[in-house]
Design a binder for this molecule. Sequence first.
Ligand code: LAN
Length: 664
Amino acid sequence: MKETGTATATPTSSGLDRTIACGLDYLASQQAADGAWRGDYGGPMFLLPMYVAACHIGGRSIEPRTRARMIAYLSATQDANGSFGLHAESSDCLFTTVLCYVAFRLLGLPADDERVARARAFIHANGTALACASWGKFTLALLNLYEYDGLQPVLPELWLLPASLPFHPSRLWCHCRQVYLPMAHLYGTRAQMPADELTHALRREIYDRPYESICFAEHRDTIAPGDVYALTSGVLRVVNSFMGLYERAHLRALRKRALVRLFDHIDFEDRATQFIRIGPVNAVFNTLVHFFQSPQSDATARSFAALEGYLCDGHDGTKMNGYNSTALWDTAFAAQAMLDTSLWAAHRETLQRTHAFIINNQVLEDLPEYKRYYRHPCRGGWPFSDRAHGWPITDCTAEGLTAALMLEDAGLPALPEDRIFDAVKLLLGWQNRDGGWATYERQRGGRWLELLNPAHVFGDIMVDHSYPECTAASLHSLALWRRRLAVGSDRKISDRLERKVGAAISRGERFLRRSQRADGSWEGSWGVCFTYGTWFGVRGLRAAGAESSDPALRRACEFLYDQQNADGGWGESGASCRERRYLASASHAVNTAWALLTLVTAGQARDPRCERAARFLVGSQLDNGDWPRQSLSGVFNKTALINYENYRRYFPIWALARFASAAV
Ligand code: LAN
């Protein structure tokens, strides 16, 4: 690392310029030939074992080198006490420990391997596989290591109910819906691989009594305390008992109809995403639906091939990524960071490739019959990864549009006018009644549905609802679009659209103001945590026109100043997300970059505390222009941390560039 300078030194403008220039060179060096940035997107510890289980069930062998790298990854993330965490930086989760144990064994480690023995000791000390969270039991059932009557029912027939019912599956958050869809199919068909020798060995290893002697039905609700984030509510208990009764008496013909309906929806998701699927979990389960239905089919082969797209050979071994890539998201931010420096003109080719990637990955068509499959329109949106994935997201659309408009300002070809309109209209159509934006769809169900969350280990998975991050990103891009209209007098302006955008911005602003916490912060849901949320909150309010004297911005800045570490940086523990309060840790380049971006955006660049933050970022840059890899910066559903490999490469540059232009 570079010299950090003395405690009172301020980053000279040449020091800042050097850091930014060097950071930009490094960032540019990481761009792929297609213009995108992508990176390791590991973290959640249930994904790789699910992949390994799918390969085992489907009879797909994993080549020896990959197997060794997977074992290396699991070994690197195992805790000294033998356990695994829900994510790579935690421990003591029975759900992931059981799944990783099974993965170790399926990948070829013997039962007496030291790592395996350590994991087994943890499993036995914490209630055995009988006490792991529901997705663990489900995966074990597919592997013939757990019995279906030990699972709470996942009824296929729910999909036959009228969509107007307030608890119809179509009202669930799309990730939850798309995971429980194939689960319902697998449950309804009692899909299970035949037992082999390894199965019998594993059955002896993960339980403390003979498998045949276990009454699985008694363990539907058995759960280790360490696996519980969302407690099974009283309502869910009642619903589960009703579903249990129904399951015992269900009509064959109705089940058959329901399974046909489910398969139709699964098939739609496969085609709509070119077999990538919305995420890694339904990618695994949809694959298994095809495998159990027709092992030799084309769909099965394509499914397994597509699963490989989720693998990532990272610095600590081979893992399964949380998405097929982070390409659009990373590229849109890298573009914005570059363009906010004064040096972008020196990176013309990098910007041209960036531009090409953004332009080439906007979704241009709605899906045929999308309403029938409960999909929102897609035309004009951008996904988190790429066009092939096909699920546009509110804030990815917003960041994609922002990047496209900024690239146009930098002299690159403008996005065709109709495509800009499509993006704007899509954003408008996504706005919720409360003025905010959710992730993939408008809010469809009441927040009370959270009471039916059956997954134990995650919070907030049942309904898509407004988030400050998605709202702020949407506001920011809409405001940019409106500004562009004001200057480009030759462009055909639709007055009605402009008025609608103005009204949407005002409603979004009100949502943001309402979601600010009493201490001045915003809670982040997709990044760690209050530094992330507060950056979006402030960026959104500024975009909506808030002055730097606005009390909401003042309070946000006071909140951040209160958390600043003595070295000038900010560090937020990942536990902040779970506990929903700011928990400090050692300064982190990404948290510091978010805090500095926030303060500068709020008009505080000349405050000496911003200088100290800039000094921290300048001082912690590595000689090659990168910043050191630190703790995980991303999160989902309150409990699962996830890695954003490129955050440390563009957020510090972005923060320093904005600081430099505002303060020096
Ligand atoms: C993501 C990744 C991107 C992320 C942002 C765009 C950054 C965010 O602003 C909105 C939410 C979103 C789209 C998001 C939601 C949850 C995801 C899809 C993930 C964190 C990637 C993996 C995660 C998914 C739910 C993992 C599978 C686990 C389940 C509980 C289904």
